[in-house]
Design a binder for this molecule. Sequence first.
Ligand SMILES: NC(=O)c1ccc[n+]([C@@H]2O[C@H](COP(=O)([O-])OP(=O)(O)OC[C@H]3O[C@@H](n4cnc5c(N)ncnc54)[C@H](O)[C@@H]3O)[C@@H](O)[C@H]2O)c1
Length: 308
Amino acid sequence: MNIIITGCCGHIGSYIAHNIDKIKKVKRAYILDNLKSNRFSSLFNFKNSKKLKFFLLDLNDPKSLNNFKNIDIIIHCASMTNAEKSFDKKNEMYKNNLNCFNTVLNFCIKNDVKLLHFSSTSVYGKQAKVVDENCEKKYLKPQSPYAKIKLIEEELLKKNNKKLKYNTFRFGTITGVSTGIRFHTAVNKFCFNASINMPIEVYKYAMNQYRPYLSLKDAFNVIKFSINNNFFKNDIFNILTANHTVGQLLKKIKKYKKKVKVKLVDSAIMNQLSYHVDNKKILSNRIKIVGNIENDIKSTMKILRNLN
Ligand SMILES: NC(=O)c1ccc[n+]([C@@H]2O[C@H](COP(=O)([O-])OP(=O)(O)OC[C@H]3O[C@@H](n4cnc5c(N)ncnc54)[C@H](O)[C@@H]3O)[C@@H](O)[C@H]2O)c1
């Protein structure tokens, strides 16, 4: 089977590319990125380089995928992803992410290619104690342009439901180390600040509010499962390892760094932090959650251990 991984230099895409040998059905993986994020290091030292071929491509160009033939699946990771910065870069993010999405969607429809699409649990916003995929529309309250774009992508897929096979996975905030690891998301940013003795900035009121987190291991597992089992349901699934409060995360970080400074701050997406996400739907499909957020914190603190 031949696949394309878009956004292969990112936090998730690089993990998939470096672990591609673990998905036996994949014979060839074409990996592409526009390298605007400058994460060249994600492309270093592939152990599985015979299966991989890199292309420097920008998916803003609707023709960028035209030369690819005999593709079975696209794993679509290419996106601008900093939710908090998305307020300042709203137009740029709408343009880039929807262009990328449309290029991929049109290619999949035209060439009968299956799609793994990654949305975000941030589409839920605040309010209910527990939210699942079947929740009423009123519980879908994306608090940032980033999350609003995710909902638009989901809707576009629903509209084209009859024209392609796909899954939308609503991922929790990713934890764990990859070559393309980023530090603008909650757990990683906390680990980084703790490591360099900077205050960990916590949104006011967020200390005891639950939020969903997803270990890279589980994100990879669900991708592997979909490919190996031809699991494409034209449906939406929440994917997370665990719901945690910021307080619980800090406690885990303190196991590896005794003294941690915390500073309470305001944020435009502060409200986004108060929900508990349910993952029963995906678990009813023989998929197992094997990741562990604490282990991810441990490995992140380990790669940062010499910063102090
Ligand atoms: N990391 C998370 O916590 C998280 C949580 C939920 C959902 N997701 C989603 O999963 C997907 C992958 O996330 P990630 O964390 O790996 O993102 P990332 O920001 O680490 O990587 C995205 C990659 O896409 C590339 N890219 C952006 N625009 C492009 C374009 N026009 N053409 C080609 N390449 C382009 C970037 O250069 C970057 O390497 C995204 O859709 C993201 O929204 C991520």
